[in-house]
Write a protein that binds this ligand. Structure first.
Ligand code: GAR
Length: 284
């Protein structure tokens, strides 16, 4: 594997780091370098470990040592990362029985990647592009996810289509959140404010986020959860986006919590349902 695929903060990992690099434990073939780099303005400068055997080992050890049963999550973002943040905080607070093992992004300078670095979550850039030459290939990403023992993949505002090999590697284990009531206002080109503009222009009176399993296309996988918000007469796309985003943060955490608790039941016709935590005979 080429260098520069993973960056992990040296100070923010939640559990103790293994000081002895063990390059045989992982498939990364990388050299050990460190660079000082500033995080977002609100964070202290951190010592960043560039893709190294020890960075991988530390990332693996940090999760494994935190809880034997908690699920290991990879979160994919392209933007501000508020959904990533709410899942990460829910995991830290015990609402989600999981641990964010890695943040994957196509935009290494985005807010979500900054938040990850500031919070000791390793960052992998995917895919490789002109603006992100440090990015990894699909095979390399799959190796990283295997090395980090990732159980579930969560797309949280990641705007690239996920390659088929990756979807196949995580059957019934990859979720996305979309800011409309799918199947309406979904598919290629429907992302961010474009969705909300289209909803308002259509005259729809209700909107809201959808959490769904990921298949080979944009926004067509099985719906797992939805929330409804009103579309008000004088809404701007920004106002509607804020109302929907507030619900996204709740519904994504609930869906991810259910995934990590094995509370998803697949109906015979292929529809996934969330079993209530309080009453196992009820579905949400
Ligand atoms: C969210 O509204 C999410 O639903 C949307 O991008 C935003 C990311 O916000 N995703 C899509 O439009 C996917 N088609 P965040 O970075 O603050 O979580």
């Amino acid at each position: 594997m080429e260098a520069a695929a993973v960056a992990s903060s040296g100070t923010g990992l939640r559990c103790s780091l293994n000081p002895v690099p063990n390059p045989h434990k992982i498939s990364a073939r990388v050299r050990f370098t460190t660079t000082r780099q500033s995080c977002a303005a609100t964070c202290r400068p951190l010592l960043l470990l560039r893709p190294t055997a020890s960075a991988y080992s530390a990332a693996i050890d940090s999760g494994a040592g935190c809880s034997g049963v908690s699920k290991r999550l990879a979160v994919f973002v392209s933007g501000g990362g508020s959904n990533f943040r709410s899942v990460h905080e829910a995991a830290l607070g015990g609402k989600v029985n999981g641990h964010v093992a890695v943040l994957v992004t196509d935009k290494p300078g985005c807010g979500g990647a900054d938040y990850a670095r500031c919070n000791g979550v390793p960052v992998v850039v995917f895919p490789k592009s002109k603006s992100a030459p440090e990015g990894v290939s699909t095979d390399q990403l799959l190796n990283v996810l295997r090395d980090l023992k990732v159980d579930f993949v969560l797309l949280a505002g990641y705007l690239k289509l996920i390659p088929g090999e990756l979807v196949q590697a995580y059957p019934r284990s990859m979720l996305n959140i979309h800011p409309s009531l799918l199947p309406a206002f979904g598919g290629k080109g429907y992302y961010g404010s474009k969705v909300h503009k289209a909803v308002i222009a259509s005259g729809a009176r209700y909107s809201g986020p959808t959490v769904h399993f990921v298949d080979m296309q944009f926004d067509t996988g099985r719906t797992l959860a939805q929330r409804v918000v009103p579309v008000l007469a004088n809404d701007t796309p920004e106002q509607l986006a804020a109302r929907v985003l507030h619900e996204e943060h709740q519904v994504y955490v609930e869906a991810v919590a259910a995934l990590c608790d094995d509370r998803i039941v697949w109906r015979e016709d292929g529809v996934p349902l969330i079993r209530s935590q309080a009453n196992p005979n009820e579905y949400m």
